[in-house]
Design a binder for this molecule. Structure first.
Ligand code: FES
Length: 101
């Protein structure tokens, strides 16, 4: 099996007990998944997206994390922010405006 070159994690706020009412979910992070998937396909990126449990960075939500770079992005609240991050992933750089760690 070939592994993806990039793995993008999107916080979906899942918590113990199946609750997904955290900050990222409330701000629509789940709605971003189809957009990100379509962008990955349109751009021909070798990338995988995965929704996650709460990443314990709720004050910065919605949160996305990109590996292998290990960049944590916050306030990813619209398609423009996602595009900036995906542009950075493609270019091997960092989307500084949204970087939280
Ligand atoms: S709900 Fe996303 S970091 Fe906590």
């Amino acid at each position: 099996m070939d592994k993806p070159e990039h793995h993008i994690f999107v916080c979906a706020s899942f918590r113990s007990g199946g609750d997904s009412k955290g900050a990222c979910s409330k701000k629509g992070s789940g709605d971003f998944m189809p957009y990100i998937e379509n962008e990955i396909l349109d751009r021909g990126m070798n990338a995988q997206i995965t929704s996650t449990g709460c990443m314990k960075a709720c004050d910065y939500g919605p949160v996305m994390v990109v590996y292998p770079g290990g960049q944590w992005y916050g306030k990813v609240e619209n398609e423009d922010a996602i595009d900036e991050i995906l542009d950075a992933v493609e270019d091997g750089g960092v989307a500084g405006d949204h970087l939280i760690s």
